[in-house]
Structure formats: structure tokens, C-alpha cells
Design a protein around this ligand. Sequence first.
Ligand code: NI
Length: 174
Amino acid sequence: MFEDTNIIFYPDPRLREKCRTIETFDDALKALAGRMFELMREHHGVGLAAPQVGQTVRMFVMNHSGKPEDDRVYVNPVLSDPDGDEEAEEGCLSLPKINIDVLRSRDMRMTAQDLDGKPIEQFESGYIARIWQHETDHLNGVLLLNHMGPVQKLSCRKQLRILEAEYETAKKKK
Ligand code: NI
């Protein structure tokens, strides 16, 4: 299950969808999360959201340290209580070779469910809170592009055109 699932790239329209709430906590959901962890590691990412593998449901996986014990899965995540501001560089596995500074909240509260549907509540600051915000954006169809100012857009224009051309070529092959 999900062996053929792979990362999709900008400008695939599935990256722009508002994802559905997950109501069924079954083996298929666990298999999808497992495949997402595999792909995240393979591509050296720190987070991956379900829409980035073409599944428009509200789940993401992350690992901020690379240690297996730091694997985290969030189903139906909701962020609240933002506090402070912090700017730092971010990349995205669906936007290869684009890295931009993004202003995010420093502190966040997360409520979500685990793969069995059990409630989760956590508080984090800094890097983990940043990953939460980036991945939760994906579930609402929001990409790094939405955080870019005109100067950042201009600096990434060439790479965006390359990705758009690659997407068109791949579409024609199907
Ligand atoms: Ni991303």
C-alpha cells in the first residue's frame, strides 16, 4: 500500500487544495504515514504533509533532529496561542532549490490526534513550532510562495519557471 506514492512538486494543483479532516484511523492511514516518513528521509526533509504525496487529507509527519525517536505524526492538527516572531530560512520538498526567509510565530500550541485518533496537546518554541506552521500551511493549500515578498519572488522566478516546465513535460508523458 502506497509503494507507488511519491512526492509531488509545484505547480501540481493538489498542493493548493484545502485538505479534508481525517475521520477513519485505520491501517491505511498508518501505511500512508509510514510511506511519508520513508519519503521524508529519502529526500532529507524535516517534515512532509499528506498533500505533498498527493493525498489531500489533514496529516503531516516530521522529525526535527534526524533521530528515530523524534518521529512525530499529527492528524487533524490545529495551531493556537501564537506568541513572538522569528525569521528563519525554510525550504520545501515540493519546491526544490528554493530557500527563503519566513517570518513565523516563535511559540505555538498544537492540538491534534495521533494515528489511533487519541488527542495530542503540545507546546513548542522555535524550530519545531516553525515546522508545525510550515506543514499546517500545506494542509490549507498554502506554500512558501504565499509568504514571499516581491523581491523574494523575483529571486526565485527562474527556478519556478523550471519547475513549471518540468510539470508540463511530466503531464504530457502520462
Ligand atoms: Ni513544505
